[in-house]
Write a protein of this length. Structure first.
Length: 187
């Protein structure tokens, strides 16, 4: 069950040990608020307020929800889109299954995502995410993980849909050293 199992286990442990602190990042509104006040504002500053779409995967939902709120407050017409693994497209109404895009869609739609005001979801296959992650490393020197590769694919698809003058923003949210021993860097 992915994230849900981990959350349940942490709650059981905390019930037995008063010294355990649970940040509850999947449901803590401060998670999204942080991204609204800081990450979202940084995007607006760097893009001079000109953003047509924001595309990102969701783990806790904090980045997508918070950035989406900040961007939508500045431009009510901005599109807020979730990237989700094609193999676990829960937002698209499908049953979750195994995928290789680590850090997103862990078999659980987090409560924070309910405030995201999403305009849709873009499915990216694990194979495509891995290929893009390798390309980002090889061609651009960006040592990121598969969720970043998947975000780039979803952002590129959105840019094609919106047209050549569109301004689409995504987040490269993970780093490669977590994956050196995985199939991502096998070759």
């Amino acid at each position: 069950n992915g994230y849900a199992t981990g959350i349940d286990l942490s709650l059981e442990m905390a019930a037995r040990d008063a010294n355990i602190f649970l940040p509850r990042q999947f449901e803590n509104p401060i998670n999204a608020l942080d991204h609204e006040h800081f990450t979202g504002r940084e995007i607006l500053s760097q893009m001079h307020g000109l953003v047509d779409a924001f595309v990102a995967g969701y783990g806790t939902g904090g980045t997508l929800t918070g950035c989406g709120r900040a961007l939508r407050a500045a431009n009510p017409k901005v599109r807020i889109l979730a990237m989700e693994p094609a193999e676990a497209a829960m937002l698209s109404g499908e049953m979750p299954c195994c995928h290789s895009i680590e850090g997103v869609a862990g078999g659980y739609v987090p409560p924070l995502l309910s405030g995201a005001q999403l305009d849709g979801a873009i499915k990216v296959s694990s194979a495509d995410a891995i290929a893009m992650t390798r390309r980002l490393s090889r061609e651009f020197g960006l040592l990121v993980g598969t969720s970043s590769g998947a975000n780039v694919i979803a952002a590129l698809r959105t840019a094609v849909e919106l047209g050549p003058e569109s301004r689409v923003v995504t987040i490269l949210c993970d780093r490669a050293e977590r994956y050196y021993s995985t199939k991502l860097f096998a070759n």
